[in-house]
Design a protein. Sequence first.
Length: 173
Amino acid sequence: MENEALSSAPWIHGAFWVLVAVLIFIVAFGARIAVPLGKLLDSRAAAVRQSLDEAAQLKAEAEAMLVDARKKRAQALAEAKDILARAHEEAARAAAELTAEAEMRARARERMAEERIQAAQASAIAEVRSAAVDVAIAATVQALRDGLTAAEDGRLVDHAIAEVPNAFTRRAA
Protein backbone atom coordinates (compact mmCIF):
# COMPACT_ATOMS: atom_id res chain seq x y z
CA MET A 1 0.00 0.00 0.00
CA GLU A 2 2.78 2.18 0.61
CA ASN A 3 3.70 1.81 -2.97
CA GLU A 4 0.29 2.85 -3.98
CA ALA A 5 0.50 5.88 -1.74
CA LEU A 6 3.79 6.88 -3.30
CA SER A 7 2.51 6.34 -6.78
CA SER A 8 -0.34 8.71 -6.19
CA ALA A 9 2.02 11.51 -5.21
CA PRO A 10 1.73 14.38 -7.69
CA TRP A 11 5.49 14.90 -8.27
CA ILE A 12 5.77 11.48 -9.80
CA HIS A 13 3.62 12.34 -12.78
CA GLY A 14 5.00 14.32 -15.76
CA ALA A 15 2.02 16.67 -15.77
CA PHE A 16 3.07 18.00 -12.34
CA TRP A 17 6.50 18.93 -13.61
CA VAL A 18 5.04 20.56 -16.72
CA LEU A 19 2.83 22.67 -14.44
CA VAL A 20 5.82 23.61 -12.30
CA ALA A 21 7.80 24.60 -15.43
CA VAL A 22 4.92 26.74 -16.71
CA LEU A 23 4.61 28.48 -13.31
CA ILE A 24 8.36 29.19 -13.23
CA PHE A 25 8.17 30.52 -16.77
CA ILE A 26 5.25 32.77 -15.86
CA VAL A 27 7.02 34.08 -12.78
CA ALA A 28 10.30 34.62 -14.61
CA PHE A 29 9.00 36.07 -17.84
CA GLY A 30 5.48 37.15 -16.84
CA ALA A 31 6.49 40.67 -15.93
CA ARG A 32 8.42 41.04 -19.16
CA ILE A 33 5.43 39.85 -21.19
CA ALA A 34 2.66 41.46 -19.09
CA VAL A 35 4.03 45.02 -19.29
CA PRO A 36 4.22 45.18 -23.11
CA LEU A 37 0.96 43.25 -23.37
CA GLY A 38 -0.67 45.73 -20.97
CA LYS A 39 0.74 48.66 -22.93
CA LEU A 40 -0.55 47.11 -26.14
CA LEU A 41 -3.99 46.63 -24.62
CA ASP A 42 -3.96 50.16 -23.16
CA SER A 43 -3.01 51.67 -26.53
CA ARG A 44 -5.70 49.61 -28.21
CA ALA A 45 -8.25 50.79 -25.61
CA ALA A 46 -7.12 54.40 -26.15
CA ALA A 47 -7.48 54.02 -29.91
CA VAL A 48 -10.98 52.53 -29.47
CA ARG A 49 -11.88 55.35 -27.04
CA GLN A 50 -10.57 57.95 -29.51
CA SER A 51 -12.55 56.32 -32.34
CA LEU A 52 -15.69 56.36 -30.20
CA ASP A 53 -15.14 60.02 -29.30
CA GLU A 54 -14.60 60.86 -32.97
CA ALA A 55 -17.70 58.88 -33.93
CA ALA A 56 -19.73 60.73 -31.30
CA GLN A 57 -18.43 64.06 -32.60
CA LEU A 58 -19.21 63.07 -36.21
CA LYS A 59 -22.67 61.96 -35.12
CA ALA A 60 -23.29 65.31 -33.43
CA GLU A 61 -22.08 67.14 -36.55
CA ALA A 62 -24.26 64.95 -38.76
CA GLU A 63 -27.30 65.63 -36.58
CA ALA A 64 -26.58 69.36 -36.72
CA MET A 65 -26.25 69.15 -40.51
CA LEU A 66 -29.52 67.19 -40.67
CA VAL A 67 -31.32 69.84 -38.62
CA ASP A 68 -29.82 72.56 -40.83
CA ALA A 69 -30.79 70.68 -44.00
CA ARG A 70 -34.34 70.26 -42.73
CA LYS A 71 -34.55 73.99 -41.98
CA LYS A 72 -33.22 74.82 -45.44
CA ARG A 73 -35.66 72.36 -47.01
CA ALA A 74 -38.55 73.95 -45.12
CA GLN A 75 -37.40 77.41 -46.23
CA ALA A 76 -37.04 76.24 -49.83
CA LEU A 77 -40.53 74.74 -49.76
CA ALA A 78 -41.94 77.96 -48.33
CA GLU A 79 -40.15 80.00 -51.00
CA ALA A 80 -41.37 77.64 -53.72
CA LYS A 81 -44.96 77.98 -52.50
CA ASP A 82 -44.59 81.75 -52.41
CA ILE A 83 -43.11 81.83 -55.92
CA LEU A 84 -45.87 79.54 -57.18
CA ALA A 85 -48.56 81.72 -55.59
CA ARG A 86 -47.04 84.86 -57.12
CA ALA A 87 -46.81 83.13 -60.51
CA HIS A 88 -50.49 82.17 -60.33
CA GLU A 89 -51.43 85.74 -59.40
CA GLU A 90 -49.28 87.13 -62.22
CA ALA A 91 -50.79 84.67 -64.71
CA ALA A 92 -54.32 85.60 -63.63
CA ARG A 93 -53.51 89.31 -63.89
CA ALA A 94 -51.92 88.86 -67.33
CA ALA A 95 -54.91 86.80 -68.52
CA ALA A 96 -57.29 89.49 -67.31
CA GLU A 97 -55.26 92.21 -69.06
CA LEU A 98 -55.08 90.21 -72.29
CA THR A 99 -58.80 89.50 -72.17
CA ALA A 100 -59.61 93.17 -71.64
CA GLU A 101 -57.24 94.19 -74.44
CA ALA A 102 -58.72 91.58 -76.80
CA GLU A 103 -62.25 92.78 -76.02
CA MET A 104 -61.21 96.38 -76.59
CA ARG A 105 -59.61 95.51 -79.95
CA ALA A 106 -62.67 93.49 -80.96
CA ARG A 107 -64.93 96.45 -80.14
CA ALA A 108 -62.66 98.80 -82.09
CA ARG A 109 -62.67 96.47 -85.11
CA GLU A 110 -66.45 96.13 -84.85
CA ARG A 111 -66.82 99.94 -84.81
CA MET A 112 -64.49 100.24 -87.80
CA ALA A 113 -66.48 97.58 -89.68
CA GLU A 114 -69.75 99.33 -88.85
CA GLU A 115 -68.30 102.66 -90.02
CA ARG A 116 -67.13 101.05 -93.26
CA ILE A 117 -70.57 99.48 -93.77
CA GLN A 118 -72.27 102.83 -93.14
CA ALA A 119 -69.85 104.55 -95.51
CA ALA A 120 -70.48 101.88 -98.17
CA GLN A 121 -74.25 102.24 -97.68
CA ALA A 122 -74.03 106.01 -97.96
CA SER A 123 -71.87 105.67 -101.06
CA ALA A 124 -74.28 103.14 -102.60
CA ILE A 125 -77.26 105.38 -101.84
CA ALA A 126 -75.45 108.35 -103.38
CA GLU A 127 -74.61 106.31 -106.46
CA VAL A 128 -78.21 105.11 -106.80
CA ARG A 129 -79.47 108.68 -106.48
CA SER A 130 -76.89 109.93 -108.93
CA ALA A 131 -77.77 107.20 -111.42
CA ALA A 132 -81.47 107.84 -110.95
CA VAL A 133 -80.92 111.54 -111.51
CA ASP A 134 -78.85 110.84 -114.62
CA VAL A 135 -81.52 108.50 -115.99
CA ALA A 136 -84.26 110.99 -115.16
CA ILE A 137 -82.34 113.81 -116.80
CA ALA A 138 -81.68 111.71 -119.88
CA ALA A 139 -85.36 110.71 -120.07
CA THR A 140 -86.43 114.28 -119.58
CA VAL A 141 -84.06 115.52 -122.26
CA GLN A 142 -85.27 112.88 -124.68
CA ALA A 143 -88.89 113.54 -123.79
CA LEU A 144 -88.44 117.25 -124.33
CA ARG A 145 -86.76 116.69 -127.65
CA ASP A 146 -89.26 114.26 -128.96
CA GLY A 147 -92.40 115.78 -127.49
CA LEU A 148 -93.69 112.44 -126.38
CA THR A 149 -97.14 111.26 -125.59
CA ALA A 150 -98.14 109.78 -122.22
CA ALA A 151 -97.79 106.19 -123.49
CA GLU A 152 -94.37 106.88 -124.87
CA ASP A 153 -93.43 108.72 -121.70
CA GLY A 154 -94.40 105.65 -119.58
CA ARG A 155 -92.36 103.42 -121.90
CA LEU A 156 -89.32 105.71 -121.49
CA VAL A 157 -89.66 105.70 -117.69
CA ASP A 158 -89.84 101.89 -117.68
CA HIS A 159 -86.81 101.81 -119.94
CA ALA A 160 -84.94 104.24 -117.67
CA ILE A 161 -85.73 102.12 -114.60
CA ALA A 162 -84.45 99.03 -116.42
CA GLU A 163 -81.23 100.92 -117.25
CA VAL A 164 -80.41 101.74 -113.60
CA PRO A 165 -78.33 98.53 -113.06
CA ASN A 166 -76.44 99.18 -116.30
CA ALA A 167 -75.67 102.70 -115.12
CA PHE A 168 -74.10 101.24 -111.93
CA THR A 169 -71.87 98.92 -113.94
CA ARG A 170 -70.74 101.74 -116.19
CA ARG A 171 -69.91 103.93 -113.19
CA ALA A 172 -68.03 101.12 -111.43
CA ALA A 173 -65.92 100.52 -114.53
